[in-house]
Design a binder for this molecule. Structure first.
Ligand SMILES: O=C(CO)[C@H](O)COP(=O)(O)O
Length: 262
């Protein structure tokens, strides 16, 4: 069975001091041992990773970077490498977020190199996939997802694929007024599982987690987490307060309890 996930990307929010405060408040809310049934993660800005390391140490909450460079070191001004994230105690790194693609010229070919480096250095990549509004209008959603997946995973042996967490985030639903409809979410998660099966076989597809993001809230999360092939919730705005994130964690935790075979 795939272990469910509850995660939040903070984008360019929260200083180191605010991260310390967030961590202490979140730890005070979460039930001890909750990480037995789900993986919980936060993605702070780089400058707050050491605060995350100090304040989440020994807790149920893992953390990671929001981006990284594909090279391990070198003349790449303003960049951060996988070994630097590992040294800061990161378990995860987010790759191909829509805002990186839209505003910083990232491509899935670059993402492929980053993903390769992340896996080689022992990080768990959270690989974002998603169509634009225009792709959706043109009926190209599954084609686009297939292209993104194929490019990002080129060269990866099948046995490494379950080490990658796929995050389906329709780009038009990020920072929006509402999440994608449950029907659209279910169809796209199932399409991604099918693509994995076709490319890598059923065993790999069964073990690879596909989480969902894009205007997820405690209100819509209850339904989204129970959809077929949705293995977790990946939240921005609604989890930028520890209380908001704790509600998301609780939703995923309760759904995970329902899934446990009796
Ligand atoms: O970063 C995100 C978390 O998955 C994503 O961009 C969604 O942000 P939100 O729309 O503010 O939840």
């Amino acid at each position: 069975m795939r272990k469910p996930m509850a995660g939040t990307g903070w984008k360019m929010n929260h200083t180191a001091a605010e991260t310390a405060d967030y961590a202490e408040r979140l730890k005070a809310i979460l039930a001890p041992g909750i990480a037995d049934s789900l993986d919980i993660f936060v993605l702070p800005p780089f400058t707050a990773l050491h605060a995350a390391q100090r304040h989440f140490a020994g807790s149920s909450v893992a953390y990671g970077g929001q981006n990284m460079h594909w090279d391990l070191y070198g003349a790449w001004t303003g960049e951060i490498s996988a070994p630097m994230l590992v040294e800061a105690g990161c378990r995860y790194v987010e790759l191909a977020h829509s805002e990186r693609l839209a505003h910083f010229g990232e491509t899935y070919e670059l993402v492929r190199r980053k993903l390769d480096a992340a896996l080689a250095e022992g990080l768990t990549p959270i690989l974002c996939l998603g169509e634009t509004g225009e792709d959706k209008r043109q009926g190209r959603t599954v084609t686009v997802l297939a292209e993104q997946l194929a490019t990002a995973l080129t060269g990866q042996p099948a046995e490494r694929v379950p080490e990658v967490v796929l995050a389906y985030e329709p780009r038009w639903a990020i920072g929006a007024a509402a999440a994608a409809s449950p029907g659209h979410v279910a169809a796209c998660h199932t399409a991604l599982r099918t693509l994995l099966t076709e490319r890598y076989g059923e065993d790999v597809a069964d073990r690879t987690r596909i989480i969902h993001g894009g205007s997820v809230t405690p209100e819509n999360g209850e339904e989204l987490i129970r959809l077929p092939d949705v293995d977790g919730l990946f939240v921005g705005r609604a989890a930028w307060s520890p209380e908001g994130f704790a509600r998301i964690v609780d939703i995923v935790h309760r759904a995970a309890q329902e899934r446990v075979p009796s």
